[in-house]
Design a protein around this ligand. Structure first.
Ligand code: C2E
Ligand code: MG
Ligand code: MG
Ligand code: MG
Length: 298
């Protein structure tokens, strides 16, 4: 309850003192109701994972997927992540939801490998609470063992807030990275990364936030920001991926300034597991699939 009220107050903005108001109760009730619905959804297996392809900029070939949660409801149809994650994050539910996402991602990957699809990398979004919980490295290492997966087929996407001098988060990320799982900073540029500490972080990839991609190549300031992020990433020997690529003009611009990888509606929208499988099969058949080098153990 405290978390729920805090969330309501936080949503009104920082430095905004909030005394009791009837809307707050309404808000809290909405959150509690939704939290209960989500708990039930988890028990009744109503969550689904959608997958969005990522491509190599130079070759245009498929190189990996990002898994994105959805909620299949009878009443409202398919609900987006924005209806699930903020509420799960304001309660302990995010741990169970996050564990479900990781488990389902690994289970699905093993199923695809068993059906002859080449090995690929899947990026999974991780919330800060999953990192402060401390059990994540063991959980992930158990999953890799259970589904016989090599560690480099998994990538964790964390936001800059997870990397701010929090000893527990950093220790957790270092342990996970030590397993051979890569870490990517999601929504890069929107948080408060300390430039100096970037080189000490256990990260391999920067993911440029779509807010900076939206108006390139027209918006000069955004072009400057995107170029600077790519230069910074490359100087630090990191790969740089841009999200939210919707147009050929954005694609060409990002290619010219040597952004390594791209993701967005221009290439593909997030798809159900079934549609993703068809996409993967067709990419593999046409030679448009750049598989991970390593063979999966049996
Ligand atoms: P994100 O990780 O930054 O994911 C990118 C979001 O942009 C996704 O929204 C994706 O569907 C959308 N997107 C992809 N291409 C384009 C494009 O070309 N244009 C535009 N306008 N949007 C595009 P989605 O799936 O609704 O997810 C929203 C956010 O929810 C994610 O942002 C991530 O922060 C969070 N999220 C999603 N799934 C999970 C999850 O399993 N666990 C956690 N902790 N968070 C998740
Ligand atoms: Mg992401
Ligand atoms: Mg993002
Ligand atoms: Mg985001």
């Amino acid at each position: 309850m405290a978390d729920t009220a805090m969330y309501a107050a936080k949503e009104k903005g920082r430095n905004n003192y909030s005394f009791y108001s009837p809307e707050m109760t309404e808000y809290a009730v909405h959150y509690l109701t939704r939290e209960n619905e989500l708990r039930k959804a988890l028990q009744q297996n109503e969550f689904k994972l959608f997958y969005q392809p990522q491509v190599d900029t130079k070759t245009g070939k498929f190189i990996g997927l990002e898994s994105l949660i959805r909620w299949q409801t009878e009443k409202h149809g398919l609900m987006p992540a924005s209806e699930i994650i903020p509420i799960a994050e304001s309660s302990h539910l995010i741990i169970s939801v996050g564990n479900w996402v990781l488990t389902e991602t690994c289970r699905q990957l093993r199923e695809w490998i068993d059906r002859g699809i080449p090995l690929l990398r899947i990026a999974v979004n991780i919330s800060i609470r999953q990192l402060t919980d401390g059990k994540l490295p063991q959980f992930i290492s158990d999953l890799l063992e259970k589904y016989h997966l090599p560690p480099d087929c998994l990538e964790l996407e964390v936001t800059e807030s997870c990397l701010q001098d929090d000893d527990i988060c950093l220790l957790t990320l270092k342990k996970i990275n030590g397993l051979g799982i890569t870490i990517s900073i999601d929504d890069f540029g929107t948080g408060y990364s300390c430039m100096g500490s970037l080189k000490q972080l256990p990260i391999q990839r920067l993911k440029i936030d779509q807010i900076f991609v939206k108006d390139i190549p027209k918006q000069e300031d955004d072009c400057a920001i995107v170029s600077a992020i790519i230069a910074l990433g490359h100087q630090l020997h990191l790969k740089v991926i841009a999200e939210g690529v919707e147009t050929l003009a954005q694609y060409n611009y990002l290619k010219n300034i040597h952004c390594d990888e791209l993701q967005g509606y221009y290439f593909c929208i997030p798809m159900s597991a079934h549609d993703t499988e068809e996409y993967l099969i067709s990419a593999a058949k046409s030679g448009n699939f750049e598989p991970l080098k390593q063979l999966p153990p049996h």
